[in-house]
Design a protein around this ligand. Structure first.
Ligand code: TYD
Length: 213
């Protein structure tokens, strides 16, 4: 089983991933966690390039291809071997992030993006994707309360982040079977219950879209 989590910055993905993995462990379904961009030696180096705030001149096509390169390496080196060994994999972001951020956010042509996804994922699609949805105001208010530096992507404008969220909402409409929108402005335990019940429902029904490589 291959699951991915998506959402705006500060949407609470990391918390939900921790809670889901605890439940999977308790159900004797241990999982491997990967994060994008990153997760392999090369992909972590690409991550540093992508998030470095001094790289303000980065062209949006360069940005997209770097995210895609990081993804390809992660799929080949880590995700596919794990799935082949029967391990469940949870991805903290996958190619829907590029569609939302580089496609809708930066305005790159969506048909080109989809073609590169196919190449960079080696044909792999998540079985189920949880989109943790929070409003722009909530995202910016959580950002203000967070300590530490913000990275290059996080420092993009409010308009950019508004387009990213609209992109995610469009993706939910285009892939209703795979991508589940979760209201991320509720208490963490309630959200975790929702995610768990959607997963249970998915496991007990036949689903066709995901996980072919
Ligand atoms: P990260 O610190 O991992 O953020 P988060 O905890 O929110 O996942 O930084 C990843 C940033 O890169 C985040 O702002 C989203 C962005 N991103 C893209 O723009 N395109 C992509 O394909 C991916 C995977 C991430």
């Amino acid at each position: 089983m291959f699951l991915s989590f998506e959402g705006m910055d500060f949407s609470g993905k990391s918390t939900q991933i921790v809670l889901l993995r605890q439940r999977l462990d308790a159900a004797d379904m241990p999982s491997l966690l990967v994060r994008e961009p990153g997760g392999t030696r090369l992909s972590e180096r690409i991550r540093d390039m992508l998030l470095d705030r001094t790289h303000g001149e980065m062209d949006e096509v360069t940005e997209f291809l770097l995210f895609s390169s990081s993804r390809s390496q992660l799929v080949r080196e880590v995700i596919l071997p794990a799935l082949e060994a029967g391990t469940h994999v949870i991805a903290d972001r996958f190619y829907d992030s590029s569609t939302a951020y580089q496609g809708y956010g930066r305005g790159l042509p969506l048909d080109d993006i989809v073609r590169v996804h196919h190449l960079a994922t080696h044909g792999l699609t998540p079985d189920l994707t949880f989109f943790l949805d929070i409003g722009i105001e909530e995202s910016f208010s959580r950002r203000q309360h967070r300590s530490g530096e913000i990275d290059r992507m996080e420092s993009a404008s409010r308009d950019f982040h508004t387009r990213v969220r609209e992109g995610y909402l469009a993706l939910c409409e285009q892939h209703p079977g795979r991508i589940k929108r979760i209201d991320g402005e509720r208490p963490a335990e309630i959200i975790a219950n929702d995610i768990w019940s959607i997963l249970q429902h998915h496991l007990s029904s036949d689903s066709t879209e995901g996980h072919s490589a």
